[in-house]
Every structure is written in structure tokens, then in C-alpha cells.
Design a protein around this ligand. Structure first.
Ligand SMILES: *Cc1c(COP(=O)(O)O)cnc(C)c1O
Length: 384
């Protein structure tokens, strides 16, 4: 059996090696390292793939989030609601901009932001909601967009984990994750579903005016060279990363399909296990699909209900199976973000999930033998 990796970037590289190597050699020859033709071409190709009017590449997913908030003109003291159970980047940029983070609980089955909790947290100071499409599946965007409309709020989608996923609204309308809210951010960190070979990120929006503002903001607030109209940042995607992304983008659906297949095999193997909860797919395509893009499985995350999660992590590792705990601490309990405003009684789900979740190896190169090996270990240990 091949050694099991949490993420297998080497195996994936084998399939695009010639194209990537040729493009990188060409960039080295041309010296167009920044803002070269690959960056512009990638931007257009991603706009087409997502069916969104504007993609603005930038340096990483955290910058992308920050620039979304700057572009919308959020001001110190404005309240921004986001999920308690996610990676810290979201709350970090809110805090960096002197906005007020308002963390709310998530749903136990999808791990995504809880709409009732969002509604309860809205005050006259609330300006934006940041749903994170956690682990590869969209938050309840229908409900969030309704709430946003009713209270005149912006919705910023953190799409770092769900690129390529499709969201189907109750009226049947299908849209790609990251094209539904007012603006969205994504990350091309190597281990994301569409990852480059360094850092990278992008902002998406259908709003022409906002896109214009943001294009200047990522480039020192310049709309005309050496004329600085607004305070900006320096955040760019470089040509080499764009070339890698161009080689991968045409394969993204295939990559996501492979993740979906690995996830279904995992879930099938865990059927009937009383101590294990498999990820719930909120699927508009119907439960019996062999494939769909409602969930792109950035992570395949189980809940272990009988208190054996920490033991399972050790057991898997001692059998050379990597795994992850995303995330071990609720954001409202992180030293940097703890605040007397928060009340433990408002976070029953997150407080529980941090004790129960475990993410299994998930990438495009997992084979049946590996999946069989991993699932047997999990089942044996949990039932011991
Ligand atoms: C990865 C990630 C980010 C940050 O992206 P970087 O490119 O690493 O800055 C933000 N939000 C979420 C949910 C992520 O998973």
C-alpha cells in the first residue's frame, strides 16, 4: 500500500508536470514575474468557470478577506457576524480593521453558520455577515441573503474551502460558491481544492463599482500610476502561481469528483456505526447521486460521539495514518479573540464539535486499499 498522506500534492503534480514545468520555464525566460500574461489569463478563466463578472487575484486568502471588508467601506466599530467554528483568518481580519467581531454558533450537521444565531446577533451596528463555506459545502445562502436584504447587510462569502461547489437555491437557481453574496474571498494555499505552489488568493464579485474599488485597493490604492486615492495594500498573485492555477483549473471538477468519490466510500464504510456521525451533504441533486458538486470535500470530517476522538487521533497516527482536528478551539475561546461579550450558553454546538471532530485524509489520489485500511482502523478503535 502507498504511504497515506493527509494531502497528496506530489501525486497530483505528476498529472500536470509537463504543463506546469513548461509554463514556469517560459516565465523564467520572459521575466514577467508580476502581473504577467498568466495572471490576466487566469483571472479571465476563473471568471468564466465561476460565471462571475469580476475575479481580482491577490496574495492569499486572508488578504482577500481583509480587502473585501476594506472595499465595502466597513468602519471601526461596525459589527461583523461570523462563525465561531472556523479557521481564525476570518475573525483576524475583522479585528485588524478595528471592526467588531460577533461570533455565533454553527449547525451540528453541516458545521456551517447557524441562521437563527445570526438573526439573534443582528444589532443596529451590524454591517456584514461572513459565512464560511466550511469543509467544502455552502452555508444556507438563501436564508442568509434574505436576512441580509431585510437588515440591509453585506454578505461576504469566505470561499477558501469550497471552490467549485455549486449552491442550489430553493427556486432551483444554481450558482457557484462565492458568487452569491455581495463579494467573496478565496485562498489558493497549496492544500486547498484549487491550490498553487506558494501563496495565492482572489476576490470575486458581480458588482462593477466594488470591483473597481478593490482593483485599486490591492495595488496601493492606485487607480492611476503613482496617484493614491485610497489607502490600499500590496497584495498580488505572481505569474508562477497563476501558471500553476491555470494548469489545475481545467481539472478542478475532476479533482472535486475524486474527493466526492473518496468521501462516499468513507461514508459507506461507516454506515450503521452508532458512535460515528458522517458529514451531512445538503444535496439538491437527490440523495442517490453517484456524483454531484453540492459538496467538494475540502475536508472529510467525522464526529466521534463516545469520547474517543483524542484516542483515535493517536491510534491513527501510530498506524501511520495522518488526520487532523479542524478545529480544536472555538474562536471565542482563543486568547486573541476571547471577550466578555461572549456567553458560553450561546455556543453549545461549537463547544461540542471541538471535542468530537476528526478529519480523515482527503485528496485526489486516495485509492480503495487506503480507504479500506483507514476505515477499518477507525471502526476498530471506536468500538473497542
Ligand atoms: C485557508 C483559509 C483562509 C486563509 O487563506 P490563506 O491563503 O492561508 O491566507 C481563510 N479562511 C478559511 C476558511 C480558510 O480555510
Amino acid at each position: 500500500m502507498k504511504k497515506i498522506q493527509m494531502v497528496d500534492l506530489k501525486g497530483q503534480y505528476e498529472g500536470i508536470k509537463n504543463e506546469v514545468n513548461d509554463s514556469i520555464a517560459e516565465i523564467l525566460d520572459s521575466s514577467a514575474f508580476i502581473n504577467g500574461p498568466h495572471v490576466h489569463a487566469f483571472q479571465k478563466e476563473l471568471e468564466e468557470y465561476l460565471d462571475v463578472k469580476h475575479v481580482i487575484p491577490c496574495a492569499n486568502g486572508t488578504d482577500a478577506l481583509q480587502i473585501c471588508m476594506m472595499g465595502l467601506g466597513l468602519q471601526p466599530g461596525d459589527e461583523v457576524i461570523t462563525a465561531d467554528f472556523t479557521f481564525a483568518a476570518t475573525v483576524e481580519v475583522i479585528a485588524l480593521l478595528n471592526l467588531t467581531p460577533v461570533l455565533v454558533d454553527v449547525e451540528p450537521d453541516t458545521f456551517n453558520i447557524d441562521i437563527k444565531a445570526v438573526e439573534k446577533a443582528i444589532t443596529p451596528k451590524t454591517k456584514a455577515i461572513v459565512p464560511v463555506h466550511l469543509f467544502g459545502q455552502c452555508a444556507n445562502m438563501d436564508a442568509l441573503m434574505d436576512l441580509a436584504k431585510k437588515h440591509d447587510l453585506y454578505v461576504i462569502e469566505d470561499n477558501a474551502q469550497a471552490i467549485g461547489a455549486t449552491y442550489t437555491s430553493a427556486n432551483g437557481k444554481k450558482q457557484k460558491a462565492g458568487t452569491i453574496g455581495h463579494v467573496a474571498s478565496t485562498s489558493f494555499f497549496p492544500s486547498k481544492n484549487l491550490g498553487c505552489y506558494g501563496d495565492g488568493g482572489a476576490i470575486f464579485t458581480n458588482d462593477d463599482d466594488l470591483a473597481h474599488i478593490i482593483r485599486g485597493m490591492v495595488n496601493h490604492g492606485m487607480y492611476e500610476r503613482y496617484y493614491h486615492d485610497v489607502v490600499g495594500v500590496n497584495s498580488r498573485l505572481d505569474s508562477i502561481q497563476a501558471a500553476v492555477l491555470r494548469a489545475k483549473l481545467p481539472k478542478l471538477d475532476m479533482y472535486n469528483q475524486k474527493r466526492w468519490e473518496a468521501a462516499s466510500k468513507y461514508s459507506k464504510a461507516f454506515e450503521g456505526q452508532e458512535h460515528i456521525v458522517v458529514p451531512r451533504i445538503v444535496c439538491a441533486c437527490g440523495e442517490s447521486q453517484n456524483s454531484c458538486d453540492c459538496h467538494v470535500f475540502h475536508q472529510y470530517t467525522l464526529r466521534i460521539l463516545n469520547g474517543k476522538r483524542d484516542g483515535l487521533v493517536q491510534y491513527l497516527n501510530s498506524n501511520s495514518v495522518p488526520c487532523g482536528v479542524y478545529y480544536p478551539v472555538p474562536l471565542h475561546k482563543q486568547k486573541a479573540y476571547a471577550d466578555a461579550r461572549y456567553n458560553e450558553a450561546d455556543f453549545p454546538v461549537t463547544n461540542r464539535l471541538v471535542e468530537e471532530v476528526i478529519s480523515l485524509p482527503m485528496h485526489t489520489e486516495l485509492d480503495d486499499e487506503q480507504i479500506q485500511f483507514i476505515t477499518s482502523l477507525v471502526i476498530d478503535f471506536v468500538n473497542q
